[in-house]
Write a protein that binds this ligand. Structure first.
Ligand SMILES: [Mg+2]
Length: 171
């Protein structure tokens, strides 16, 4: 049961992920959550190290797609700025948005890695869709969507056993 919430690795920051290593591991596509993964909640601001990391992604052989439960109005400017495709209203943790993203990028499950900050949406959805995932430490918990507060409470109860033996800042 807890295995459904288990990511392949746990990282403190997005910029610590080594793109060359992800390619070596056989990934061809990265799927990204937005809120608290790329930016703070409902904010258009992206940290300089994150902007630089996405510039390196654009120069790599990896493709990128945002998948978020947020609206297209919120996602489009971010996707355009970072050179990513996007799937809005993805209804994570349902697998439907992950499958749409993989179709959009023309990749298979085993070539895909989901990156997000929530066990109950990003990571659960990745496991239900049959794709590997990386859990990121949320950028800031100061302000979040009101339902996320409920998810975080459940997350706090399970995160210790879930992350036991999960590699930290490495694969
Ligand atoms: Mg998030």
């Amino acid at each position: 049961m807890l295995g459904l919430f288990r990511p392949r690795a746990y990282y403190d920051r997005l910029a610590l992920l080594d793109l060359a290593e992800l390619e070596r591991l056989g990934y061809r596509a990265l799927l990204f959550d937005v809120d608290n993964t790329i930016t703070t909640w409902n904010s258009p601001d992206i940290a300089p190290e994150v902007v630089a990391w996405f510039a390196a992604l654009a120069d790599s052989n990896l493709q990128g797609c945002i998948i978020s439960n947020n609206s297209a109005e919120r996602l489009r400017p971010l996707a355009e700025q970072l050179g990513l495709q996007f799937v809005s209203k993805a209804r994570k943790p349902l697998p439907v948005g992950y499958k749409r993203a993989m179709r959009l990028l023309g990749v298979e499950q085993r070539q895909t890695l989901m990156i997000g900050d929530q066990l109950l949406t990003d990571i659960l959805g990745a496991n239900l869709a049959g794709v590997d995932s990386v859990l990121l430490k949320p950028i800031s918990l100061a302000k979040e969507f009101r339902w996320t507060y409920v998810n975080r409470r459940i997350e706090r109860l399970i995160i210790k056993p879930v992350l036991q033996n999960v590699p930290h800042n490495r694969f």
